[in-house]
Design a binder for this molecule. Sequence first.
Ligand code: C5P
Length: 230
Amino acid sequence: ALPFDLAGRRVVISAGGTREPLDPVRYLGNRSSGRQGYALARVAAHRGADVTLVSAHTADLAVPAGVRVERVGTAEELRSAMLAAADGADAVVMAAAVADFRPESLVQHKIKKSDRDPEPLKLTRNPDILAELVEARRAGRLRVPVIVGFAAETGDPDTTVLDYGRAKLARKGCDLLVVNAVGDGQAFEVEDNAGWLLAADGAERPIPHGAKSLLASTLWDAVSPRLEPK
Ligand code: C5P
């Protein structure tokens, strides 16, 4: 049986991939299916948590029972939803694949095919929502005891990926970071996941290859003792 250790806790999870519009019919997107974020939501709800799932674009996934879902499209929408929902929560998990860049301007009419060479696409930086949550907490504008990030890295899982993960944890300043090895049929658009769970306090544990629900359980096992005592 699952532990019921998240009863009375409120958690906020982002999932899926943002889509950044280019014109009324086109966008820049990514391959995130949302499965890991939805698995996190499902397991947290089973363990008794009050769950808000901020969902960007995903595969055709069922919203887990008892989970409140808020749908967003762009990184900016995801940012607003997360900042609003995170304050006063017990934990936030940024499992969404947020586009790092968006088209600089939204063209109002569908871009037409023409005989001329296409205009180069001008991009502008999106906010780093995870870093912003950490900074808002540091500045005392946001109250949330546990902030969790994800990182998808390519390379050897036990050397390169782990090193990238340690560096990213330090740079982002979150409390926990799940590092996924991606590529070679790993992590994206598949059912399974594997990697490392790294904590700001130095704790590190491998996440064995397995279902995304297993990774979810491993993560909540690590979050649970880091929650503020009730
Ligand atoms: O730097 P990188 O994109 O690899 O970091 C991944 C982590 O940061 C994920 O938790 C992701 O949800 C979050 N992120 C974010 N805003 C961005 C880019 C990534 O919150 N613009």
